[in-house]
Design a protein around this ligand. Structure first.
Ligand code: RFL
Ligand code: PHB
Length: 396
């Protein structure tokens, strides 16, 4: 088999890259370890920045998102017995977020690729990227019990944090920056109408509890839990009681409950691998960097990386110009580090830390108070949350 760009991973990064390349007249094949059904039903992110929304619309895959996505012009920070709205329409005029499940983005992209005759090989086992330090990269893999080789001009490693591409780069080339947090998130998807029109980020001494949603009928919640928590300790009744204890802190506000559709626990960490390239192998999305989900940035960074990579590959194929490819990592990392800082900052602002003493807690309270009473401070949160433009300016 031969193609121009071999892509490992059919998550948002790999699928969007394949779609954008196709629109630039560049062929690719996507190799995905899991089944199509698994990829389309993995519940993860829900918040799309304005820039990601614009990219999806511009690439012709925004139709269902425009119909079913929920456009939000603010979020609520809830702490100390009161709610405080961060008003995007006032603080970052013309910019908003769209709440639309990651698995819906994945379904739309898979449908678009298959409709255009694109190749996605699901259930590809033992994927091994090779030869990318020279002119003939290839990826070997097993499908249907048969070992095969995909030759390509380039390999795009879009295989997530636990993928194989990053580790295939020779030891000593990459520098890792890593931070683990002393808690995890228990994510809950429930068949109940959201109890709020906008997302609520509730910071309480019992721990953090964001209330999000997927549709007018489906809510999404998270609970800060200990990092090695066992989901067996969280029967549905305990989940609802804890969500109520953390969210029903404002007079007159009550949490609607309903059947739990899905629940799971995720560890929280920050991670960056630099540079995001080696020879003819380019890393994109979670394969190169991850953030704690507090700032809702992971999927949005993945979309940005592959937009940069598409432009660089297009310049190489159309004009033989390798300067954008050479500068790929540098072009991505500036935004990656902005999102790293924002995600770390939101995480430390809103969670409760066992290690904090009374002084640390007062600092946290003071910053939350400042954030909600100063327009400059809330504008900084707003512009990072809706997403800075490609040049890290709020005007795009
Ligand atoms: P993915 O989505 O992990 O996709 C990687 C794909 O590669 C496949 N794969 C392999 N394929 C072939 N060979 C191998 N050896 C392979 N190993 C793995 C995997 O099966 C998979 O299909 O990475 P990608 O595409 O870079 O996308 C990144 C996003 O998924 C991630 O950043 C977000 O989900 C993070 N995130 C959020 N991001 C946002 O922008 N907004 C949010 O609101 C948000 N909320 C979240 C989140 C992540 C969460 N979790 C579960 C970590 C909420 C949560 C709880
Ligand atoms: C989600 O809807 O899954 C979500 C919302 C906000 C976050 C993270 C995840 O910060």
């Amino acid at each position: 088999m031969r193609t121009q760009v071999a892509i490992t991973g059919a998550g948002p990064a790999g699928l969007l890259l394949s779609h954008l390349l196709h629109r630039s007249g560049i062929e690719s094949v996507v190799l995905e370890a899991r089944s199509r059904d698994y990829a389309e039903h993995r519940v993860r992110a829900g918040v799309l920045e304005q820039g990601t929304v614009d990219t999806l619309i511009g690439a012709g895959v925004g139709e269902r998102m425009l119909r079913e996505g929920l456009v939000h012009h603010g979020i609520e920070l809830r702490f100390g017995g009161a709610g405080h709205r961060i008003a995007f329409e006032k603080l970052v005029p013309g910019r908003a977020i769209t709440v639309y499940g990651q698995q819906e983005v994945v379904k739309d992209l898979i449908a678009a690729r298959l409709a255009a005759g694109g190749q996605i090989l699901f259930e590809a086992a033992d994927v091994v990227p090779e030869g990318f330090d020279g002119p003939g990269p290839r990826v070997s893999f097993t499908v249907g019990g048969e070992r095969r080789v995909l030759e390509a001009d380039f390999i795009a490693g879009c295989d997530g944090f636990h993928g194989v591409c990053r580790d295939a780069i020779p030891a000593g080339v990459l520098t890792y920056f890593d931070k683990e947090y002393p808690f995890g998130w228990l994510g809950v998807l429930a068949a109940v109408a959201p109890s709020s029109d906008e997302l609520i980020y509730a910071s309480t001494p019992r721990g953090f509890a964001p209330h999000s949603m997927r549709s007018p009928q489906v809510s999404r919640f998270y609970l800060q839990v200990v990092p090695d928590e066992d989901i067996a300790n969280w029967p549905d009744d305990r989940i609802w009681a804890e969500l109520a204890a953390r969210l029903e802190t404002v007079p007159g506000w009550s949490l609607a409950t309903g059947p739990v559709l899905e629940k799971g626990i995720t560890a929280m960490r920050s991670f960056v691998a630099e540079p995001m390239q080696y020879g003819r192998l380019y890393l994109a999305g979670d394969a190169a960097h991850i953030v704690p989900p507090t700032g809702a940035k992971g999927l949005n960074l993945a979309a940005f990386d592959v937009t940069v990579l598409t432009e660089a590959l297009a310049a190489w194929y159309s004009a033989g110009d390798s300067s954008l490819l050479d500068g790929y990592s540098r072009a991505c990392l500036r935004r990656v580090w902005r999102a790293q800082h924002f995600s770390w900052w939101m995480t430390t602002l809103l969670h409760s830390f066992d290690s904090y003493d009374a002084y640390d807690r007062r600092l946290q309270e003071s910053y939350l108070d400042y954030l909600c009473s100063s327009e400059a401070a809330s504008a900084s949160l707003a512009e990072n949350y809706v997403g800075l433009g490609p040049h890290l300016r709020s005007d795009g």
